[in-house]
Design a binder for this molecule. Structure first.
Ligand SMILES: Cc1ncc(COP(=O)(O)O)c(C=O)c1O
Length: 457
C-alpha cells in the first residue's frame, strides 16, 4: 500500500534528479537543528525554491510564507537585486580577511546601518548570526567596564523565557529551560528578571498588554541582591519572538532604562527578530522610544540570504576601547567571517530594497489590518487561550493537550504545511511574522487557512 511517506520519498527523488543529484538513500547524516529528527524523516517537509511571498516544496506545491522563513526574509524571497548583488560579489571578491586587513564593503554597510540606527549607536561589529551577536555584546559589556577600571562588573542579567541564541553566553542569559538544562551550569554570575507574559490579566490584548509594568522593578531587586557595582549589563528582547511572542507592557522598557542608568549598568536590546522593520520602525528601540547601549541584530540584516549578524555599539562604549596605544589591538574578539564580502553585498542590496520599498515602516501601515485578521481567529477553536500582536508579529497560544504539551502546536504546523502555509510553533504557541512585502490578500489567505486549521483541532 502506498503512503504519504512513499509519495514524499518519490517526489524527493524526482527533485534531486532534476538537480542532477542522487537522492540520499537515508536522511540521517544531516542532524537537523531544533528538530525532532526521527519524526521528521517519516514525514519530511522539504522546501525546494522560493520567490516573493511563497515557497515551493519538493512536490511543487506553493506554500505561503507566514514566518519570513525563520523571522528573517523581511524583503521576501529571491529578490533580483539581492540575488544579483551576491552573485556579482562572489565573482569579484569571494573572501577577504578582516583581521589587520580590510575590504571596502563592511565600511560601507556599517555607515548605512548607522544611518538607520538610533543615536548614539554609531559603531558596528559584524558577526555571522544572532547567537554570535549576543555573545559578542556580552563580551563587549564586560570588557568595557574593565577598560574603564570597573573590572568587577562581570555579572549579567537576562530574563525568563528569553531566547538569545545558543552560544554559552546566550543560553546563560536566556530563559528557556530546554535550551539550558542539557548543557551544564552555563556562565557564572547570571541572574534573570521575571518574564512579562501574564495571560491571566492580559489575554487577547490588542497590541501591548496593559498590565505588568511593575515587573520592571524586578531589576531593582536583582541589582540590590548582587550589589549594583558587580553588574555589567542587562539584556532583553524588546519583544521576545522565539519564546512565543511576549510583549512589553507600556513603560516597562523605559523603566529598565532608568534603573540601568541609575546604577551604571549597560542595557542591551536583542533585536535579532524585532530589527529591520518587523515592528514598523527600523528597530523596536525607535518604536518604543528607548535607546539601549548596544543592540544585537542578524536575520533581517541580509533578509536571510547570507548569514550575517551585527552588534551596534554606542559612541561612549566604542570610545573607551580607543584609548590605548594606536598600534595595539583594541578588542580581542572577531570571527573569520566578520564582514564577509558576500554577506555585505547582500546586506547592502537588502538595505537598498528596504529603503526603496519603504519596508522598514510598512508594518505600521498594515498593523491594524493584521491585528483585525489575527484576533478574528479567536472564535475558531475553544483551545485558543490567547492571541497577541504587534507590528507584523502575531501569536496564537493554544491550551496544551492533556499529557502532551506541544502536540496541538505541532498539529497546526503540520496541517498548515500540508495546506500551503508556513507557520512557526514553539510548544503550543503558533507564531506568525510574514515578509514585510506582504499584501492584504496574503494576510487574508494566512488567516483563512489558519482559521480552517484551528477549527479542525
Ligand atoms: C532574539 C534572538 N536572539 C538571538 C537569536 C539567535 O540567532 P541565530 O539563530 O542567528 O544564532 C534569535 C533567533 O531566533 C533570536 O530570536
Amino acid at each position: 500500500m502506498s503512503t504519504d511517506a512513499d509519495a514524499s520519498r518519490a517526489a524527493l527523488a524526482d527533485h534531486y534528479a532534476s538537480q542532477n543529484l542522487a537522492a540520499p538513500p537515508a536522511m540521517d547524516a544531516f542532524w537537523m537543528p531544533f528538530t525532532a529528527n526521527r519524526q521528521f524523516r517519516h514525514s519530511p517537509r522539504l522546501l525546494a525554491s522560493a520567490e516573493g511571498m511563497y515557497y515551493r516544496d519538493v512536490e511543487g506545491r506553493q506554500i505561503l510564507d507566514g514566518t519570513a522563513g525563520l523571522w528573517c526574509c523581511n524583503a521576501g524571497h529571491a529578490r533580483p537585486r539581492i540575488v544579483e548583488a551576491i552573485a556579482r560579489q562572489a565573482a569579484t571578491l569571494d573572501f577577504a580577511p578582516h583581521f589587520q586587513m580590510g575590504s571596502p564593503l563592511p565600511f560601507v554597510v556599517a555607515e548605512r546601518l548607522k544611518e538607520i540606527a538610533p543615536r548614539p549607536l554609531d559603531h558596528v561589529f559584524f558577526t555571522n548570526s544572532g547567537s554570535e551577536s549576543v555573545d559578542t555584546a556580552l563580551k563587549i559589556a564586560i570588557a568595557w567596564h574593565r577598560a574603564r577600571g570597573e573590572g568587577q562588573r562581570t555579572k549579567l542579567v537576562g530574563r525568563e523565557k528569553a531566547y538569545h541564541g545558543v552560544g554559552f553566553g546566550g543560553i546563560s542569559v536566556g530563559g528557556l529551560p530546554n535550551n539550558r538544562k542539557w548543557f551544564g551550569p552555563g556562565l557564572p554570575g547570571v541572574d534573570h528578571l521575571r518574564h512579562t507574559l501574564d495571560i491571566g490579566r492580559n489575554a487577547f490584548s490588542r497590541g501591548l498588554p496593559a498590565h505588568g509594568v511593575e515587573l520592571a522593578e524586578d531589576l531593582e531587586r536583582i541589582v540590590q541582591l548582587h550589589d549594583p557595582s558587580t553588574i555589567a549589563a542587562v539584556i532583553v528582547e524588546p519583544i521576545s519572538g522565539s519564546a512565543g511572542v511576549i510583549l512589553p507592557p507600556p513603560g516597562y522598557l523605559q523603566r529598565l532604562r532608568e534603573i540601568c542608568d541609575k546604577y551604571g549598568i549597560l542595557l542591551v536590546f536583542d533585536e535579532v527578530i524585532t530589527g529591520f522593520g518587523r515592528v514598523g520602525a527600523p528597530f523596536a528601540a525607535q518604536r518604543f522610544g528607548v535607546t539601549p547601549d548596544m543592540m544585537t541584530v542578524a536575520k533581517g540584516l541580509t533578509s536571510g540570504c547570507v548569514p550575517m549578524g551585527a552588534v551596534f555599539v554606542s559612541e561612549r562604549i566604542h570610545e573607551a576601547f580607543m584609548q590605548g596605544p594606536e598600534g595595539a589591538i583594541d578588542l580581542f574578539h572577531g570571527y573569520t567571517y566578520s564582514g564577509h564580502p558576500l554577506a555585505c553585498a547582500a546586506a547592502l542590496a537588502t538595505l537598498d530594497t528596504y529603503a526603496e520599498e519603504g519596508l522598514l515602516t510598512r508594518a505600521l501601515e498594515l498593523e491594524d489590518y493584521w491585528a483585525d485578521g489575527l484576533h478574528a481567529l479567536r472564535g475558531s477553536s475553544p483551545h485558543i487561550i490567547d492571541i497577541r500582536n504587534y507590528g507584523l508579529i502575531g501569536a496564537i497560544e493554544l491550551a496544551p493537550q492533556d499529557g502532551a504539551p506541544g502536540a496541538r502546536g505541532y498539529q497546526v504546523l503540520e496541517r498548515a504545511f500540508r495546506k500551503g502555509l508556513l507557520v512557526r510553533t514553539t510548544g503550543d504557541i503558533v507564531a506568525l511574522s510574514p515578509p514585510l512585502i506582504v499584501e492584504r490578500r496574503h494576510i487574508d489567505d494566512i488567516f483563512s487557512m489558519l482559521g480552517e486549521i484551528l477549527s479542525s483541532l
